[in-house]
Design a binder for this molecule. Structure first.
Ligand code: NAD
Length: 455
């Protein structure tokens, strides 16, 4: 088992990486100064990883964070073009000098591998599409220049000292845990939030500018591949979907998903923004075996659900939510384990409409107790059972299996359990409608009777 350091682990992409590493059973430490990162992104992981609160500009904090780690996923940065236009020096300090400080510490501590989160912005406005890694970078904002400087240091440390570094140029990443409320919020969470509030989003320019929007789950997959493939050392790789969508496309699809007819407000173009962006992803495919799996529409649907759920979810750690014993009398109870956006969606979109007592937990221990007590219907990420070493056949009859692992779902169904693949929204919706109307498929007991809530 390797020890991973995720810098910027409380941020959007970093926290998605941390959740996945923990899910895979890896040892994880994060270094973050919480300037743009949020503690709630790491909810439920308190005892499963180590947090070092510190700045890339503080040598002692960086040294402490790097000590004893094998792989660094370097994601700490000030990521906004607009912010860099206002404060180029601050952006340089965090992104360029911060990267240099980290590499110096990594070398001194004999770290094996560093994955650097670079950015498509380094290509600038060259009209050639798609962007290939061999093209000459033409940064047009201090942010892009600082990310390119970080790449330069990574490649120099590979060539001068043999420190294995790989630079991944991410293209407009979006998905759960991206901050919708920051003054520098990225376009997708910004538009979704405004449209959910019934307000028009603002398009800077004519809206025909395009981006290669990439769902965060695909970025996490690519990053973890890059961390383990030795041939990636010394390389620069595009990580993207390989498609191109304009901001008008974005508004149209969001209107479809939300069932709205919002028309955007147009404003003057912003300095530093590039016009078009689309990636060639052949190199990442050849070197890492990376293939993006979530298309733009599906990614947007999931992001909308997450933003909806996270803005209406009660705050708290889970300990202040109702406990296992507090099921309402006569109602079937459901325990939703894992702080998973898809399961939160289940809670908000489907189960709330029926007469269930619903609890959520981030604790595997609580899930285990629930299992032992057979307190009610258990809706649980199947992979958690694997981590707990419990065979599917030993699960109580009322468990409903939800998993991203298609083989596991298949196995559960063979055993006669209700199971669905959480990666597929239509599958999930279909299964839950069935549970809600007929009760879960339980071979040796009567279905749980459900009553529709009074309107
Ligand atoms: N989101 C995108 O579309 C995108 C695209 C291309 C590249 N990237 C790169 O990916 C990385 C992560 O971006 P994100 O969108 O998750 O941003 P984010 O702002 O959500 O995360 C950045 C994290 O770094 C931390 N941080 C900032 N400065 C720090 C410092 N000096 N010391 C310690 N911690 C610090 C912040 O608190 C935050 O948790 C960044 O390097 C960014 O440049 C992001």
């Amino acid at each position: 088992m390797a020890t991973y350091l995720v810098t910027g682990g409380a941020g959007f992409i970093g926290s998605n990486l941390v959740h996945e590493l923990v899910r895979r059973g890896e040892r994880v430490r994060i270094l973050d100064n919480f300037s743009t990162g949020r503690r709630e992104n790491l909810r439920g992981l308190d005892d499963k990883m180590e947090i070092i609160e510190g700045d890339l500009g503080e040598p002692a904090a960086v040294k402490k964070a790097v000590h004893g780690t094998d792989v660094i996923l370097h994601h700490a940065a000030l990521p906004s073009v607009a912010r860099s236009i206002e404060d180029p020096t601050g952006t340089h300090a965090a992104n360029a000098t911060g990267t240099l400080n980290l590499l110096v510490a990594a070398r001194a501590s004999n770290v094996k591998h560093v994955v650097y989160a670079s950015s498509s912005s380094v290509y600038g406005d060259s009209p050639v599409l798609p962007k290939e890694e061999g093209m000459r970078p033409e940064p047009k904002s201090p942010y892009a220049a600082s990310k390119l400087a970080g790449e330069g240091y990574c490649l120099a440390f590979w060539k001068a000292y043999g420190l294995e570094t790989v630079c991944l140029r991410y293209f407009n990443v979006f998905g759960p845990r991206q901050d919708p409320n920051s003054p520098y919020a990225a376009v997708i969470p910004n538009f979704i939030t405004r449209m959910l509030q019934g307000e028009p989003p603002t398009i800077f320019g004519d809206g025909l500018q395009s981006r290669d929007f990439t769902y965060v789950e695909d970025v996490v997959e690519a990053t973890l591949l890059a961390a383990t493939v030795p041939a990636a050392a010394g390389q620069v790789l595009n990580i993207a979907c390989g498609r191109q969508h304009t901001l008008w496309d974005l508004v149209r699809i969001l209107n479809d998903v939300l069932g709205t007819e919002t028309f955007p407000r147009l404003a003057r173009p912003r300095s530093g923004d590039v016009r078009h962006s689309q990636a060639e992803v052949m190199k990442a495919r050849a070197l890492l075996g990376f293939r993006p799996r979530i298309d733009f529409e599906e990614g947007l649907r999931r992001t909308v659900l997450w933003i909806r759920a996270s803005t209406s979810r009660p705050t708290g750690t889970g300990n202040d939510r109702p406990g296992i014993g507090e099921t309402s009398e006569g109602s079937p109870a459901i325990l939703i384990a894992e702080d998973d956006p898809m399961l939160t969606l289940v809670l908000h979109e489907y189960l709330d409409r029926f007469d269930f007592a619903v609890h959520t937990t981030d604790s595997h221990e609580e899930a285990r107790r629930w299992l032992e007590e057979e307190g009610g219907l258990l809706l649980l990420d199947g992979s958690v059972f694997k981590q707990m070493g419990i065979p599917l056949a030993d699960l109580p009859r009322r468990a409903v299996i939800c998993s991203g692992d298609a083989d596991l779902v298949e196995e559960a169904r063979r055993l006669g359990m209700t199971a669905f693949c959480k990666g597929r929204l239509d599958d999930l919706g279909k299964t839950l409608r069935q549970i809600a109307t007929e009760g879960p498929h339980i071979p040796s007991s009567a279905p749980i009777p459900l009553r529709r809530r009074a309107a």
